[in-house]
Design a protein around this ligand. Structure first.
Ligand code: EPZ
Length: 417
């Protein structure tokens, strides 16, 4: 078992280079199979979720060549096969193979996807979208088979602006006959990145990044070169760590506009941020003010930063409120923060956080990816040595987290016990 051992209190100084966005890359890889030729995707993060997707590609017979930060995917010899429960359960984004295989072969069969246990995470909107395009959905236990004689473009309205459903419907619709519109589409930058990739392959998608996406079906998609956007959630996590322990800590290779909601909350609390064209420099201060935030779909405050931001709020003077509106089970970091000295009360979907509090070391568990990131942030600012178990969750989404933090002066070790 892997654990992280972190001794807090060090000042973090230097530069952290942000990797390619996990939530973009995990959609781009399944999307690549829609082409009949090889594609190259640059700025791929080295995280275990990518390894899991490559295992699925290999199982389907697609050739992959991975080098540092890039991947070449050749789907020429692949075959449409049922994706087993074990592969499907390895990560949430396995569900993008449903849209991509349906779009390519008009049939996909796989099991309910895995991922962090942060809520029930239904996929009804994905399935409704496939049905609107003409597919029949069969559900047997945990197994989902979607099949269509012909996929025909259709107007689709999403009851919730779901990231996964928006991308999955785009994947299924790019080769459908006619025009598909997705209304109340999600607007996250990762969706724009995936739509740009598909357009580079010859798709005709307009409106990505707005709440109405229009897809004109095409017959053929070709290979292309594409680059993954910087990971705004990784960047936000390190900005928060910088506000807790940074001295001229530069978070580099980012798109600051993607972090507007976090930046505005941090500024409201009094964080010292210097914003450049593709970087932000952050300095720790000792007089932060309590602020309140509520998670929302993009461009609102990202749910994926709620847990790390909670740690920052323990350092703010007064009572802060953090409301989670996207996931019903995303407060599992809270008992561990309390064990480290935080004063947090859970009131339904809202955390009431009294601060400032001094955090101290404890033995804690990364129950999910961003809970793990929150605990890393807490441990870096705490007195003593904290041990974090279930580190596998963190490695699913943060490339070289130990090396990146060590590089700016953190005392952090990954140990096998
Ligand atoms: C994506 O999950 C991200 N994952 C999540 O990041 C992120 O938290 C989430 O979007 C919201 O931003 C990936 O991109 C792989 P949704 P996704 O569909 O697509 C409900 C992280 O930490 N819903 O936008 O699964 C759902 O229950 C991860 O990196 C339905 O009811 O999220 C939730 O309440 C965790 N039916 C809301 O919509 C559906 O069919 C938003 O979910 C689909 C979703």
């Amino acid at each position: 078992m892997k654990i992280l051992e972190i001794t807090g209190g060090n000042t973090l100084e230097g530069t952290i280079r942000i990797s390619g966005a996990k939530n973009s890359a995990v959609a781009l890889i399944p999307a690549s199979i829609l082409a009949d030729e090889e594609s190259t995707i640059l700025n791929i993060p080295e995280i275990t979720d990518i390894d899991a997707l490559c295992d699925i590609l290999g199982y389907l017979g697609a050739e992959t060549k991975k080098s540092s930060e890039s991947i070449i995917i050749n789907p020429k010899n692949m075959k449409n096969k049922e994706i087993s429960d074990i592969y499907s359960r390895k990560l949430r984004a396995s569900y993008y193979f449903m849209g991509a295989l349906l779009g390519k072969y008009k049939k996909a069969s796989m099991y309910f996807p895995g991922g962090c246990s942060i809520g029930a995470r239904p996929i009804d909107l994905h399935l409704k979208g496939f049905e609107a395009l003409g597919a029949k959905v069969k559900v047997k236990g945990n197994k989902y088979t979607v099949e269509a004689k012909n996929l025909v473009g259709a107007p689709i309205y999403l009851d919730i602006a779901s990231v996964g459903a928006t991308i999955n419907i785009m994947l299924a619709a790019v080769k459908a006959k006619g025009i598909t519109t997705i209304d109340n589409a999600a607007k996250e930058p990762e969706i724009v990145n995936v739509a740009t990739f598909l357009n580079n392959m010859g798709a005709r998608i307009t409106g990505a990044g707005t709440s109405t996406i229009k897809i004109r079906g095409v017959e053929h998609l070709h290979g292309c070169f594409h680059e993954v956007i910087p990971d705004r959630i990784e960047a936000g996590t390190y900005l928060i760590i910088g506000a807790l322990c940074g001295k001229n800590l530069k978070i580099d290779n980012i798109i600051p506009e993607h972090l507007d909601s976090l930046i505005s909350k941090m500024k409201e609390a009094g964080v010292d941020l210097k914003i450049g064209s593709d970087y932000i420099v952050v300095n720790k201060k000792n007089d932060y003010k309590a602020v309140s935030a509520k998670t929302a779909v993009y461009p609102g405050f990202p749910t994926d930063l709620q847990q790390p931001f909670t740690v920052f709020l323990t350092k703010c003077k007064g009572t802060s409120h953090m409301t989670e509106t996207i996931w019903e089970n995303r407060f599992m970091h809270v008992p561990y923060l309390i064990s480290m000295g935080a004063d947090i009360e859970v009131n339904g979907d809202t955390l009431n956080i009294k601060g400032p509090t001094d955090l101290h070391s404890s033995e804690v568990v990364a129950t999910d990816l961003r809970a793990g990131a929150a605990l890393v942030a807490a441990a870096l600012s705490a007195k003593g040595t904290t041990k974090i178990t279930n580190v596998e969750h963190i490695l699913r989404g943060y490339e070289k987290i130990v090396e990146k933090l060590k590089g700016v002066g953190a005392k952090i070790e990954s140990l096998e016990i």
